[in-house]
Design a protein around this ligand. Structure first.
Ligand code: TEU
Ligand code: CA
Length: 622
């Protein structure tokens, strides 16, 4: 179907790209897609979007939108035979950010031996698999997401033997380990780039060069292009200026990447988390991005690479060359891909990736990270429910609220951290009872919260530091800038893991590379082990509950009717049924219906006939 200005919105919404792009635009305007699906607005024609958006989408933006819609027409997985079983659908994953996990040698930086030393803690939670953020040789412009050598280990983190030992020790404990592979870009210090700079064959075409930069912007502020005198050309970097985008249209680049992936799978890695893998294919000719579309989705130019023309083809090739022969698992980071385009990437019949991370639910509609606002849990629910009900039986969601790129969800919801214990327990209740694979981020299990950053000197992250510079240049007041950084910085997620109440939370015997949270004396693993009612103990109970009850894994999902302050749903399999009910607010609420079932879990000590702030209960329905 060709989409033009006269196409009606509701018809456009039926195609994968049409649905996701329009849904995303509405989301960024703070509106819901049901607006188009369920009201007469659906009869409006694309041409009238500029009016609907109150002028936020101009005529050029609509042209850009049409080009985008017509460039992506493939359809995703179809429903049919029901859910197929797989180990990773039953598994609970735990993400480790090595730099901040545990320092084994007192240099202030977490390391591989440190992870191995703490595997028993991870295993004690009931976790089945670890995702380890990058540990490859790197000059650390972006904490290891800028790889200099894919077959070497970062000096500060240890040696190849340490990594081999980590893999072995995971396996000995019955856990799998997936490693974080960055295939979209390399460090500018990678040998390929150095040789490309010299114009050496075949490396000169390994990266993306242009005589004239287009208007694409970098995720880390400023233009996405850097000029290199040696080649008298600009090279593309969607992230830091030391992270050069690889040219995936070059078959040799793809082959190099597949060799690297196979090398690691042969070493025993069970699979990969693929960094921004949805960005690997860029529109031919690298045309300018539409500033309006870009700013609504995120950055100028993104419509030309968030699900580029050859993405599905390259993922299938990767699957054939690396994943299938090793029976390896993959989870791809795919920012900007909505539900339907995600079905194209993860459908059982598509042979691309096992799962992916999509991020819309972790900011409220119309908001982006670095916006100063309080996250409203109620506004997240429709997005969660959509993925529970419409992603199809042939795709399996990831369920997460935190990772190394975001402030803590519990602090986003409650800036005063008054209710953080309850909220952390509510969030894990949701993770362990929804359909999908839960991903826990290190520190979630003890209820770590955002760090009280007050000055620019305390921050470490390149994204934060660049953004600070940019806002300074725009003439914004220091106080205002610091406020925005506080609301959005990734450093909140990167402060050291809190192990005990000794100095530096037991993370290091040296000087930590980033500040330790002052609340470590009470919020830490050792104390919470002993404390009944701790977040840690609650995590163990919730993970065990999920493991013991298949209905919580493979069961059907049905949302129950309530007002928006409450989220209630049932999971059912083979006659076993559970009901989950939670109060999404900090005010007491009435139960929306009578419940006379057996309560098997609560984040409060005992039952009450009203739902208290952030109360989250599970009932066994008989
Ligand atoms: O992140 C990519 C990325 O785009 C994220 O910043 C994303 O927009 C955000 O998480 C949504 O909330 C990946 C890595 O996770 C990040 O740490 C790296 O800095 C980046 O790629 C570059 O490799
Ligand atoms: Ca160390």
């Amino acid at each position: 179907m060709k989409t033009d200005r006269r196409s009606r919105l509701k018809d456009v919404m039926k195609t994968a790209s049409g649905h996701d792009v329009i849904a995303r635009l509405l989301y960024s305007l703070g509106m819901d897609e049901s607006l188009i699906e369920k009201t007469p607005l659906g009869y409006l024609r694309i041409g009238s979007l500029s009016r609907l958006s109150m002028g936020k989408l101009n005529e050029e933006a609509i042209d850009a939108l049409l080009r985008l819609l017509n460039s992506l027409q493939e359809e995703g997985a179809e429903d049919g035979s029901g859910i197929s079983r797989a180990w990773w659908k039953e598994a609970v994953f735990y993400q480790v950010y090595p730099r901040s996990f545990y320092d084994s040698n007192g240099d202030g930086i977490g390391d591989i031996k440190g992870i191995t030393a703490k595997l028993d803690h991870i295993r004690s939670l009931g976790v089945d698999a670890i995702w380890c953020s990058p540990f490859y040789d790197s000059p650390n412009a972006d904490n290891g997401y800028d790889i200099r050598d894919y077959r070497k280990i970062m000096k500060e983190f240890g040696t190849m033997e340490d990594v081999e030992e980590l893999i072995d020790e995971c396996h000995k404990r019955g856990m799998k380990i997936i490693i974080d592979l960055v295939m979209n870009h390399t460090s500018d210090e990678h040998e390929w780039f150095q040789r490309a700079l010299n114009g050496e064959k075949p490396y000169e075409d390994y990266y993306i060069w242009s005589e004239k930069p287009n208007n694409w912007t970098s995720f880390f502020s400023g233009s996405a292009w850097k000029y290199f005198e040696q080649r008298k050309k600009y090279a593309l970097h969607l992230f830091a200026e030391k992270q050069m985008d690889l040219n995936w249209d070059n078959p040799q680049v793809r082959k190099e990447m597949y060799d690297i992936a196979n090398w690691w799978l042969d070493k025993g890695a069970d699979g990969f988390r693929l960094d921004v893998v949805s960005f690997i294919s860029k529109t031919e000719g690298l045309p300018d991005g539409d500033p309006t579309i870009g700013s609504l989705i995120s950055f100028t130019g993104i419509e030309h690479y968030f699900h580029g023309p050859h993405l599905d083809e390259y993922l299938r090739e990767f699957h054939r060359e690396c994943l299938a022969p090793h029976d390896a698992y993959t989870v791809g980071e795919c920012p900007g891909n909505g539900l339907k385009m995600s079905r194209m990437i993860t459908g059982d019949d598509r042979n691309e990736l096992s799962q992916l991370f999509s991020f819309d639910h972790i900011e409220n509609p119309g908001k982006i990270r670095f916006d100063v606002y309080d996250f409203d849990l109620r506004k997240m629910i429709p997005e969660i429910v959509r993925w529970q009900t419409q992603y199809s039986d042939h795709c399996w969601p990831t369920v997460f609220f935190d990772n190394h790129d975001n402030p803590k969800m519990c602090s986003k919801i409650d800036r005063t951290d008054t209710h953080s214990v309850l909220i952390n327990k509510l969030l894990v209740t949701m993770q362990m009872t929804l359909k999908g694979t839960p991903y826990i981020y290190q520190g979630n299990e003890i209820g770590m919260t955002d760090y009280p950053f007050t000055s620019i000197e305390e921050y470490r992250d390149i994204e934060t530091l660049n953004f600070y510079q940019k806002l300074k240049e725009e003439g914004i007041e220091e106080k205002e800038i610091l406020k925005r950084l506080f609301y959005g910085s990734r450093d909140h997620a990167r402060i050291p893991m809190q192990w005990n109440s000794e100095e530096n939370a037991g993370f290091t015997k040296g000087a930590p590379w980033i500040k330790v949270h002052p609340n470590y004396r009470t919020v830490n693993v050792e104390s919470e082990e002993k404390e009944e009612g701790s977040v840690l103990r609650f995590y163990r109970k919730m993970i065990a509950l999920r493991k013991e009850n298949e209905a919580l894994i493979y069961g059907s999902f049905t949302q129950l009717k309530t007002d928006r302050n409450i989220f209630a749903y049932e999971r059912e399999l083979d006659g076993k049924k559970y009901m989950v009910i939670m109060n999404l607010t900090d005010r007491e609420r009435n139960y929306p219906f009578t419940v006379d079932q057996k309560m098997i879990s609560s984040n409060y000590d005992s039952y009450s006939n009203r739902l208290r702030p952030f109360e989250a209960n599970i009932f066994e329905v008989r």
